[in-house]
Design a protein around this ligand. Structure first.
Ligand SMILES: [Zn+2]
Ligand SMILES: [Zn+2]
Length: 182
């Protein structure tokens, strides 16, 4: 009956003054500190996978350390939406799709070439011949120019070297009559 007759606030202050409360307080503080450090570590691990810049990673960890608990929440809002590996994969996928859409690679060196390239810029392999009338690039197997309906040259599959040799021959032939004229 001594408990009831005594001041109820006395028992409350007794509790807070007791060693149980002291231990509980220490445990709460230790738990809070552990949570704070764990959050900062999580921010470090997550930022490492999202930022290439080491300065940005350090800044994110600093935010998590300077502002306990809320810093990690702030980081959630400012972090890049995807992992670096995902971004890299997507980049590769886009590149693969692009080359699929274009579907164009040099048959000789496998370098990427444009749909209107006459010559591979890497290895100088002849890819297309220009139309004799409108100069549009023609695929080697085309029989007729789709732009001006002129018949494609039957020698359209020849290499540029052949064309160069022919041009040189033609030039030589043109020069021949000149001495006769003079
Ligand atoms: Zn090539
Ligand atoms: Zn044409």
């Amino acid at each position: 009956m001594t408990f009831l007759s005594s001041d109820p606030f006395q028992s409350v202050s007794d509790f807070f003054g007791s060693s149980v409360w002291t231990i509980a307080l220490v445990l709460i503080q230790v738990f809070a500190a552990a949570l704070w450090l764990a959050l900062a570590y999580w921010v470090y691990q997550d930022a490492r996978r999202r930022f290439e810049n080491s300065g940005a990673i350090t800044a994110c960890v600093a935010i998590a350390l300077i502002i306990p608990f809320l810093g990690a929440l702030v980081y959630l809002f400012i972090r890049p939406p995807e992992y670096l590996t995902d971004a890299h994969d997507r980049e590769l996928e886009t590149l693969a799709l692009e080359s699929q859409v274009e579907g164009l690679r040099c048959p000789s060196c496998d370098g990427v070439v444009g749909p209107r390239f006459l010559v591979c810029p890497n290895c100088t392999t002849s890819l297309r011949q220009p139309c004799r009338r409108c100069s549009e690039p023609l695929e080697p197997h085309w029989q007729v120019c789709p732009f001006c309906a002129a018949p494609a040259a039957p020698t359209s599959s020849r290499t540029l070297d052949d064309t160069r040799i022919e041009r040189r021959r033609r030039d030589d032939a043109n020069q021949d009559p000149e001495p006769g004229i003079s």
